[in-house]
Ligand binder design. Structure first.
Ligand code: NDP
Length: 448
């Protein structure tokens, strides 16, 4: 069978077997469309069904999560954990609590995670999980009861050598704390390495909170450097105002850039003085309020419930909110306004049409599986520290994160150059580099 026919057959099988899982199909299409040159050099991967096996999770779990709200009413949510690939190590990937979560979304995230984790060069497989629970507007007691119920089922499937979840949208330090507490209570083990993203005071790693946002900016910095640019004096827009966005803003400011806008699901703010990070953190992390509160507190800022941050003139855009938030029209506006680089802090925030437009316009584009790999890389560093019962200083951990991001960037470029002659094709480079590492391990481990 020729390679294109093989890829199309796998593709058709995914569409037939997993109908309605739009985001999963999108993620599979994105990866498979890069793999032809790699499979032509490695026909043995076609013969041993590597791509077909990679598109089918090793295990997928869906479970009931019953809990009682503050009014005494019973609520029922659906929980998921997709254990996608353990070729390189224990399944590793976050938990997302958001009302939009369904099987297709968790599978897309788990699939992406396989290649991202491979790119870090660390010993971690790919997985992802979550629930269609919305923590927004819920009391701490409700969030705690939900997390306890979620972990009551999940604890059977996770462990420091099996599957190690972390945070994602809607799962921050508070949720990780409640999840860990319930795991410890049920198992009677202080197994620090079962979850990452823990507070620094009890088993967490310095720089994990900052890692995804910082890492995305490091990646963007590396891309810019290939054309003789840096962040100094640059106008930057960021979407989202959660964990990834906050620390992307912090690092851009540290490097001399100015972030003039960010968003949440209610709209966006523009502050030409540069986003005041302390105020933003207070509003989003302490008060857990809507972004409009920022404009109410700061006279130089304005809030808009319509449009997106991409309508604004900027040199660099960092989408850090959620999947498919930057579409064709946004890409057209960014290109028209002269954007130099787009780096994905979120997972798959740019639609395929937008990515294609960036490619055609020569805009530097860093796909999430490379640009936001700093979060999971630092989670792997947290696992190393837990295994050694050790904790490294912030500077030590951050310098390792920076080294990982430089290495991810270099791998993407070298692989893209080798397989397509175009080093700027970070999509192709990240997909092939991640794939080859996993495929080599799968080949060595036999048909499992
Ligand atoms: P948070 O929950 O901390 O923040 C998410 C932000 O995105 C919030 O500002 C939220 O707004 C906004 N948002 C969420 N859903 C939507 C939506 N449907 N439309 C518009 N805005 C939305 O999550 P994180 O910062 O952790 O994650 C952001 C992205 O980064 C996700 O794609 C995640 O998968 C990815 N990522 C995260 C990593 C991590 O370490 N945390 C690692 C690698 C990738 P609102 O408050 O209004 O809901």
């Amino acid at each position: 069978m020729n390679v294109s026919a093989h890829i199309e057959a796998v593709h058709a099988q995914v569409r037939r077997r997993d109908p309605g899982e739009a985001e999963f199909h999108q993620a599979v299409t994105e990866v498979l469309s890069s793999l032809t040159p790699a499979l032509e050099r490695h026909p043995e991967y076609v013969e041993t069904g590597i791509v077909e096996r990679l598109c089918e999770p090793e295990r997928q779990l869906a479970f009931r999560v019953p809990w009682v709200d503050d009014h005494g009413d019973v609520r029922v949510n659906r929980g998921f954990r997709i254990e996608f690939s353990s070729a390189l190590g224990p399944y590793k990937g976050g938990l997302r609590f958001h009302p939009s979560v369904n099987l297709g979304i968790v599978k897309f995230l788990g699939f992406e995670q396989i290649f991202k984790n491979a790119l870090t060069g660390m010993s971690i497989g790919g997985g992802k999980g979550g629930a269609d629970f919305d923590p927004r507007g819920r009391s701490d007691g409700e969030v705690m009861r939900f997390c306890q119920s979620f972990m009551t089922e999940l604890h059977r499937h996770v462990g420091e050598r099996t599957d190690v979840p972390a945070g994602d949208i809607g799962v921050g330090a508070r949720e990780i704390g409640y999840l860990f507490g319930q795991y410890k209570r049920i198992t009677n083990r202080f197994e620090a390495g079962v979850l990452t993203g823990k507070p620094v005071a009890w088993g967490g790693s310095h720089a994990r909170t900052e890692a995804t946002g910082y890492g995305t900016v490091y990646f963007a910095q590396e891309m810019l450097a290939t054309r003789g640019h840096d962040f100094e004096g640059r106008r930057v827009v960021v979407s989202g105002s959660g964990n990834v966005a906050l620390y992307a803003i912090e690092k851009v400011h540290a490097l001399g850039g100015l972030v003039v806008a960010c968003s949440d699901s209610s709209g966006y703010i523009v502050d030409e003085d540069g986003i005041d990070l302390e105020l933003l953190k207070e509003i989003k992390e302490v008060r857990r309020a809507r972004l409009s509160a920022y404009a109410e507190a700061k006279p130089t800022a304005r809030f808009s419930a319509r449009g997106t941050v991409y309508d604004l003139r900027c040199d660099i855009a960092l989408p850090c909110a959620t999947q498919n938030e930057l579409g064709r029209e946004d890409a057209v506006a960014l290109i028209k306004n002269g954007v130099l680089a787009v780096a994905e802090g979120a997972n798959m925030p740019c639609t395929p049409e937008a990515v294609q437009l960036f490619h055609e316009a020569g805009v530097l584009f860093g796909p999430g599986k490379a640009a936001n790999a700093g979060g999971v890389a630092t989670s792997a560093l947290e696992m190393q520290q837990n295994a050694a019962r050790d904790q490294w200083a912030f500077e030590e951990t951050e310098s390792r994160l920076a080294a990982v991001m430089r290495n991810v960037h270099a791998q993407c470029r070298q692989t893209a150059e080798e397989y397509s002659g175009t080093p700027d094709d970070y999509v192709l480079g990240s997909n092939i580099a991640g794939f080859l590492r996993v495929a080599d391990a799968m080949s060595a481990q036999g048909i499992v």
